[in-house]
Write a protein that binds this ligand. Structure first.
Ligand code: AN0
Ligand code: CP
Length: 312
């Protein structure tokens, strides 16, 4: 694998899932694969899980890691081509990416969308610049439109826990107090569409995702009906795609224990961080349905599978 920008960079997503599951059982088998190689982790936004799990994954492969918080510790990047840089931006991403490529064998980058200009966000300019100008493989740590490391860990979790060959997986929109990216749900949908699971998306009217990511999924505005007989319930807020970046906060869509009653004793999933009693109620998050910790744990083997396949 050259870059890991989205599922499109993966020849066989289910093979990568199997590789991650193997690495989880034997995390140190390839502990000299990345020896004396450096992974640079570049963050334009906060992160707990992605930062720590990817660092741990790199350590398991013998790599060294440098982490840089752009917002506090580096220069403001310009992403537009050919502009007169007489505004707030100090360094063009073309130059910064090329410099970082001199210091690192692999670069991971996180850059959230502005949620103001849909065309610009969906153009994914920043991560594409890194792939083009750094001269090294680039890993997506959540970009404007997708979060593939998260989706890979989610698939690992489902594969480990599923009780039937083709589980019913339901992704439900949930309320929030801030406008959030569509990256996690876009990506989850995109990866689900590469499986043979039954996949249903439920959200309030007007909160549909880009059709390219929805693909063949069944879409319904009836959350109760969608949840019936579900084996996995993936909960996530996202802001509007049609009314781009619009915040919707409808508390009736919050998931609680009662809503899981008509499921097939569903496993409850969330990528974290989760606002308790806004997105999901305590009674559900703290119940036996919840697999959020397993999911977060699986971020390590997922990142390790990606790094391994880049290093091989
Ligand atoms: C981010 C999001 O929804 O994309 C990161 C999730 C992994 N969440 C928040 O900003 C709360
Ligand atoms: N799920 C996830 O990517 O978490 P962080 O934003 O903390 O990295």
């Amino acid at each position: 694998m050259k870059h890991f920008l989205s599922v499109d960079d993966v020849d066989d997503p289910m093979m990568l899932v199997k590789e991650a599951i193997n690495l989880k059982s034997h995390p140190l088998v390839y502990d000299d694969l990345g020896i004396r190689k450096v992974l640079g982790l570049i963050f334009l936004n906060p992160s707990l899980r992605t930062r720590m799990s990817t660092t741990r994954a790199a350590y398991n492969l013998g790599m060294n890691v440098m982490s840089l918080n752009m917002s506090n510790d580096s220069w403001t990047l310009e992403t537009e081509d050919g502009v007169v840089m007489d505004g707030n931006s100090i360094e063009h991403v073309k130059d910064a990416a090329a410099v970082m490529g001199q210091y690192c064998e692999v670069i991971g980058i996180r850059s959230f969308p502005s949620l103001k200009d849909r065309e610009d966000d969906y153009g994914e300019h920043l991560i594409k610049y890194f792939a083009q100008y750094s001269g090294v493989p680039v890993i997506n740590l959540e970009s404007s439109t997708v979060h593939p490391l998260q989706s890979l860990a989610d698939l690992v979790t489902i594969e480990e826990m599923k009780k039937r060959a083709k589980p019913k997986v339901v992704m439900t929109w949930a309320p929030h107090v801030r406008a959030l990216p569509q990256s996690v749900p876009n990506s989850f949908a995109e990866w689900m569409n590469r499986t043979d699971y039954e996949f249903v998306i439920t959200h309030p009217e007007g909160m549909g995702l880009h059709p390219k990511f929805v693909g063949d999924a069944t879409v319904t505005h009836d959350q109760e009906k969608a949840l019936e007989n579900a084996d996995f319930v993936y909960v996530k807020n996202w802001s509007g795609f049609e009314h781009y970046g619009e915040l919707k906060n409808d508390p009736s869509w919050m998931i609680d224990l009662n809503k899981l009653k008509n499921t097939n004793n569903a496993k409850l999933m969330h990528c974290l961080p989760v606002r308790r009693n806004v997105v999901i109620a305590d009674d559900a998050l703290d119940s036996d349905h919840s697999v959020i910790l397993k999911q977060a744990g699986n971020r390590v083997c997922a990142a390790q599978a990606v790094l391994k396949s880049i290093l091989m």
